[in-house]
Design a protein around this ligand. Structure first.
Ligand code: IMP
Length: 190
């Protein structure tokens, strides 16, 4: 079975993707390939950052691998926070601070449209491929729900009357940006 490193130590993420890939590939975490250091992420786009992480693994560990990078893109803020979503309100990377800043920057703004976007970069046999997943929606004015993480309590996907934070992990997992990018990756790999 071909080994493929997923640039994460999140066992839950790995388990989810491994379940879909089945017999075709054996997924390895960063720990399993002996990578303890933080991967470089200094790009200005999701494409650049996910490529940077995958390229680092390929160059330093000579493994087939893939890396993902996601962000929230708000129309009225010209696509911000985007690639800076995790540290929008500062290096403390606080979800609560990030949400508070986003709501402040959107106060009185009529266009609340936004999307979550994921870019996965795969390096397989030295060849680079990227896969994108998008879920469109809007930013509501107050937090609703307690599931999920990040901006979930203020993001309401199109066609729904609940936020990501009011959905179960399974429900969100069927429609999320990450799920869509992973689906494309998997159909490419199969
Ligand atoms: P990552 O690339 O998956 O680590 O995502 C970077 C940042 O984007 C996270 O720290 C969150 O702030 C935001 N983000 C990405 N995906 C989601 C999501 O599914 N829900 C809420 N916030 C997200």
């Amino acid at each position: 079975m071909k080994k493929l490193c997923f640039a994460t130590n999140n066992a839950h993420k790995v388990e989810e993707v491994q379940a879909i890939l089945g017999q075709h590939f054996e997924l390895l975490t960063l720990n399993q390939i002996g990578c303890q250091e933080e991967l470089p992420e200094t790009g200005n786009t999701l494409e650049a950052n996910s490529l940077q992480k995958a390229q680092y693994l390929f160059d330093h560990y000579q493994v087939d691998c893939f890396a993902d990078d996601s962000g929230l893109e708000v129309t009225a803020l010209n696509g911000e926070p985007g690639v800076f979503s995790a540290r929008y309100a500062g290096e403390q990377r606080s979800h609560a601070d990030n949400i508070a800043l986003l709501l402040k920057n959107l106060s009185g703004v009529e266009d609340r449209s936004a999307q979550f976007r994921t870019v996965i970069t795969l390096i397989l046999d030295g060849k680079v491929n990227q896969f994108e997943g998008i879920i469109k929606g809007k930013i509501i004015e107050e937090l609703k729900g307690s599931e999920g993480f990040g901006y979930d309590p203020i993001f309401m996907p199109e066609g729904y009357e609940v936020t990501f934070a009011e959905m179960s992990i399974e429900e969100k997992g069927e429609i999320s940006h990450r799920a869509k990018a992973v689906e494309k990756l998997i159909s490419f790999l199969k």
